[in-house]
Design a protein around this ligand. Structure first.
Ligand SMILES: [Zn+2]
Length: 177
């Protein structure tokens, strides 16, 4: 038997006949149209589907937000490593060349600060990395290990490039002439 909740009072209204398009609510006397929502079951099914889609959307949005934050953190690490390493090597190179020990000393301190990020970033980024693969919409159990290995490679490349840039910078500016 098909029944509906009365939109007016919430009472249960039975459909008198398969062909009847509306029925009178026995509680409030209001008219209930069966064409609009065919049955309570159908209505609840739709409600559940809508709720499920909303939940999935929330999870997806939260995963995307996590990835954005993680990517931002990774970019900050890379930028920090590049800048500090560059400054460290320029100072160390210039200090050593001009025999200014205090400049070399500052260079060494900056290098330690840079090295701290080089060593810690693979661990931190792997720890913060979600198992959830947003692009393929699935769980990726190897995501943390991949993030760890990838960050080590990125850090080595960034360090080598910035050392080369510091060397070229010193040559071009004549700091080590
Ligand atoms: Zn009613």
């Amino acid at each position: 038997m098909i029944s509906l909740e009365c939109p007016n009072c919430g009472g249960r209204v039975q459909r008198p006949n398969e062909k009847d398009r509306y029925a009178k609510c026995p509680y409030c006397g209001g008219e209930v149209y069966f064409e609009e929502i065919h049955s309570t079951e159908e209505f609840h099914r739709l409600q559940n589907t809508t709720y499920q889609l909303q939940q999935e959307n929330n999870v997806e949005e939260s995963n995307r937000k996590n990835l954005r934050e993680w990517t931002l953190m990774r970019n900050i690490f890379i930028g920090y490593i590049a800048v500090t390493n560059f400054i460290a090597w320029v100072l160390a190179g210039f200090g050593a060349y001009s025999e200014k020990e205090n400049v070399t000393g500052i260079g060494a301190i900056v290098m330690i600060l840079s090295f701290a990020a080089v060593v810690s970033s693979p661990f931190i980024l792997a720890h913060k990395r979600s198992h959830y693969d947003v692009l393929n919409n699935q769980i990726d159990q190897g995501a943390k290990i991949k993030a760890f290995v990838f960050q080590i490679i990125v850090n080595v490349v960034v360090v080598l490039i910035t050392i080369l840039m510091a060397y070229v910078f010193c040559l071009v500016t004549g700091m080590t002439d």
